[in-house]
Design a protein around this ligand. Structure first.
Ligand code: UD1
Length: 418
């Protein structure tokens, strides 16, 4: 089992070029299946989840190669419509291949997706929306078989919750459907806008992405293109939390400041100085930080659930008492017990965590239970006194490109032990 060994207490200082967004690269890779000819995705982060998406494309017969941050696909020979259970289990985002495979072949067979254990992660909204587009669904022994006897037909779909994954699946299925599709109560996350921008560059007709109502007029074909994956707002939030936890100063480049507003306002409330302009952010944190009254995770533009754990890690040593309410997932506090091992004072009741700031954390042996929780333990260890080991790094590698190299480039004492 690989571990990160971290000697804490080093103030981080310097500049980080933030990676491309995992949560955008995965649906974009699924979208490549719909295009004729070659598609080149630049700034594609080198992550285990991205490699899993490439393996799914290969399994479907789509050529996919990955070199130095660029994924190149050629879907001309992608005749497959089945995804094995083994590949489906590798990550939650494997489910967005459903909309793309249906869009291409009008049929698809796959299993329930895997991914980090954050409580129940149903796909009922995805399936119900696809039914409205004319898909017949048959479930047996954990396999889901989908066919479209009369082809995919545009429809007006109202989502009961602005689900990111369901919005992506509808967009991917609807871009080449017959007629118009309207998604009401669509997710407004920047990753939805990025998927729409990519599909439009391939020839799709999509209006309103980033708003609650998205309109898609089906087109006959999509063609390959070159596209840059958007910056990873959660990686940016994680490095801001690293600056906060170590009383450091970091410049983050190649990001989109607008996408980070809910997060930057929390760091400002903690007493950090944050300057942002266009694609750069500078954060300067002089310890001790201040507690924040309450943070509620919400769909975009609210505070992102993916940033909850890393911000909590920074709050463990803030002066006063902070409260975090997790509204998106039922079981997203698995990092709390590990933070407590490092000396944090956190009490969880149902979906609420109360963090009473302590003077300092102490290095300890801890273990990641999920991607963002693992990043949170790394942040806590950077600010702690003494040495920590963070086990199960595999979770962290799903979402962060060589996190130990990035952090040591700005002064952290961190190495990977194999
Ligand atoms: C969610 C996050 C996304 C984040 C990703 C990875 C939100 C709104 N979504 O996306 O920002 O990047 O996790 O951590 O913050 N649900 C259903 N039925 C469905 C689909 C979803 O009940 O068919 C429920 C989920 O159980 C959950 C909520 O809706 O409570 C979040 O859903 P959704 O946005 O679909 O999750 P992801 O696409 O995984």
């Amino acid at each position: 089992m690989q571990k990160l060994i971290i000697n804490g207490g080093k103030r981080l200082c310097g500049e980080i070029r933030v990676q491309g967004a995992k949560n955008s690269a995965l649906p974009l890779l699924a979208g490549c299946l719909l295009t004729d000819g070659r598609t080149v995705l630049k700034r594609c982060p080198e992550l285990t989840d991205v490699f899993a998406a490439c393996r799914i494309l290969n399994e479907l017969g789509c050529k996919c190669s990955f070199r130095q941050g660029t994924a190149t696909t050629d879907a001309d020979s992608a005749a497959g419509f089945r995804i094995t259970e083994e590949l489906m289990r590798e990550m939650r985002s494997s489910i967005v291949f459903l909309g793309a495979v249906l869009g291409r072949h009008g049929r698809c067979e796959l299993s329930y997706p895997g991914g980090c254990e954050l409580g129940p992660r149903p796909i009922d909204m995805h399936l119900s929306a696809l039914r409205q587009l004319g898909v017949k669904i048959h479930e047996e022994h954990g396999r889901i078989s989908c066919t479209c006897p009369r082809g995919l037909k545009g429809a007006s779909i109202s989502l009961p919750f602005p689900s990111v994954g369901a919005t992506e699946n509808i967009m991917l299925a609807a871009v080449c459907a017959d007629g118009d599709t309207v998604i009401h109560n669509a997710a407004r996350e920047p990753e939805i806008t990025d998927l729409a921008n990519f599909l439009v560059r391939c020839g799709a007709d999509i209006k309103g992405a980033g708003c609650s109502t998205v309109r898609i007029s089906g087109v006959k074909k999509l063609r390959g293109c070159e596209y840059d994956v958007m910056p990873d707002r959660i990686a940016a939030a994680t490095y801001m939390a690293a600056a906060a936890s170590t009383g450091g100063e970091l410049g983050l480049t190649d990001i989109s400041c607008d996408d980070l507003q809910a997060v930057t306002s929390v760091f400002e409330e903690m007493g950090a100085a944050v300057y942002s302009a266009g694609s750069r952010i500078f954060i300067s944190c002089k310890a001790p930080l201040k507690a924040v009254r309450i943070i509620r995770t919400m769909p975009y533009p609210g505070f992102p659930t993916d940033a909850q754990a890393v911000v909590m890690a920074a709050l463990t040593t803030a002066r006063g008492s902070s409260m975090m309410v997790e509204n998106i997932f039922e079981s997203r506090f698995r990092h709390v017990d590990e933070l407590v091992r490092m000396g944090a004072d956190i009490k969880v009741s149902d979906r609420t965590a109360v963090i009473q700031g302590v003077k300092k954390l102490c290095g300890a042996n801890v273990r990641a239970h999920d991607l963002r929780g693992g990043a949170a333990l790394t942040i806590a260890a950077l600010g702690a006194e003494g040495t920590s080991s963070v086990g199960c790094v595999g979770y962290i590698d799903r979402g962060y490109e060589l996190i130990e190299n990035v952090l040591s480039s700005v002064g952290a004492d961190i190495r990977r032990e194999f």
